[in-house]
Design a protein around this ligand. Sequence first.
Ligand code: URA
Length: 229
Amino acid sequence: MRLDKYICRCTELTRSEAKKLLKQGLVTVNGSVEKDPSAQAYEESDVRIDGDKLYFAKAKYIMLHKPVDCICSNIDELYPSVLHFVDVDRAFDLHIAGRLDADTTGLVLITDDGQWSHRITSPKKQCAKRYRVQTSKPIAESAIERFAHGVQLQNEKHLTKPAVLEIIGEKEALLTITEGKYHQVKRMFAAIGNRVVGLHREQVGDIALDAELAPGQWRYLTEQEIASI
Ligand code: URA
């Protein structure tokens, strides 16, 4: 990782404060003065500011069972941020990998590893997300084919990417999508003349929401879950 980022990660310093210290020649990496903010530093590097060794905090990877009436944002708005549930140091420095609406429940992944979260949210990576959906009207069998083909959402240029719908009850289904457009699931059902009245995310990629977690509870991901993304 870039040296200026590494310094920010280990201290309370901002990126510009870190750059200033670098410019002043106060930072050493493995015993040599380093002034270049873009120089690479690694977990095992010996980075010091004015002789004081920095200790690298490992990236955090968390799953949260999101309840209703909280938002996937780093700031509180109409509802409080989901980050209030995560009682770790500097929780608000973490970010949310793939948002859910305030009234949607289920699996939320939270991290400070931008490359990892990019693999979840980038449309190019096509990371699958599975939702359990409750609707106001019975779900027609034809919805399976329509979602597999792609539906036209309002104000979108292209059809939605092929999605897998499994109807498990008259008004209940599992829907797996590989995109994350704004209100995507609700808009997909609206596009076929139905309405989502309950939405819960069960899985992202191979990471399933831990059944032991009650709404509002969280845990760290296992090494295997982290590596699966
Ligand atoms: N699709 C939606 O419509 N809402 C969500 O919260 C997630 C996916």
